[in-house]
Ligand binder design. Structure first.
Ligand SMILES: O=C(O)c1cc(=O)[nH]c(=O)n1[C@@H]1O[C@H](COP(=O)(O)O)[C@@H](O)[C@H]1O
Length: 239
């Protein structure tokens, strides 16, 4: 897989028209993320469009509910034939286990390939301070992220979402077969916005990320094509 195929761009817009405009403008992008804003606004239609263009799809619905509800949602989501699907690790072991079974069932009933199911370890917008003071978690942030990833791995999930700052530790502990997806990636020229634990694209890949999710530095740039090229060049020249 070349480096460009490791960059997932989120379609964080609220209309199908805006989403299609981005997909058409950035035709070099092979892996798109459909998240809560677009899916809640427009439903699954965008998934068919992306498939008709042979794009890979990360359906990022971040399920967080009791096991029975998560099971039903994962079964339905897996029937769309997407490549990646998310659930929060904080659902707990039973819900994650139900989710792993449900994606197999849903995909098999629909006759499609099951998605890789990955767990959100800790949202990349949460800082150490917020973890301690707002969420009242009495662990150091890297230790907490690792423990969520290990719990997901133990119940059979395919991987985890973490920030680039934790990915080296997760790669070392969880091994090469555990899929690690990093949002919260920022080139040095981009604003961090609400991301609290960033590194650059090249740093994140070097630290062991399988995929990077990079949104606003590309999609909100004055020239998204140029921003995409710049990121690819920066990665290429740093390796
Ligand atoms: O699951 C995700 O993709 C995700 C998890 C996480 O912890 N942090 C995070 O930012 N994301 C998503 O990654 C994307 C990051 O977008 P930018 O901050 O614009 O690069 C958004 O679509 C977020 O929903």
């Amino acid at each position: 897989m070349n480096t460009e195929q490791k960059i997932i761009v989120p379609l964080d817009v609220s209309t199908l028209e805006e989403a299609l405009a981005l997909v058409e403008r950035l035709e070099q992008v092979s892996f798109w993320k459909v998240g809560l804003e677009l899916f809640v606004s427009c439903g699954p239609k965008i998934l068919e469009v992306l498939k008709s263009k042979s794009k890979r799809i990360f359906l990022d619905l971040k399920f967080h509910d009791i096991p029975n509800t998560v099971r039903g949602a994962c079964r339905a989501a897996a029937s769309y034939g997407v490549d990646l699907l998310t659930i929060h690790a904080t659902c707990g072991k039973d819900a994650m286990k139900a989710a792993t079974e449900a994606v197999q069932e849903g995909a098999s009933l629909a006759g499609v390939k099951p998605p890789k199911l990955i767990a959100i370890s800790l949202l990349t917008s949460i800082s150490s301070r917020q973890l301690a003071f707002d969420l009242k978690i009495p662990l150091e942030l890297p230790e907490y992220v690792l423990s969520m990833a290990l719990m997901a791995q133990e119940v059979g999930l395919d991987g985890a979402v973490c920030s680039p700052q934790e990915v080296a530790q997760l790669r070392q502990t969880c091994g090469d077969d555990f899929l690690l997806v990093c949002p919260g990636v920022r080139p040095i020229w981009a604003e961090s916005g609400d991301q609290a634990r960033s590194l650059t694209p090249a740093q994140a890949l070097k630290a062991g990320a399988d995929y990077l999710v990079i949104g606003r530095p590309i999609t909100a740039a004055a020239n998204p094509d140029r921003a995409w090229e710049k990121i690819c060049e920066e990665i290429a020249t740093s390796t």
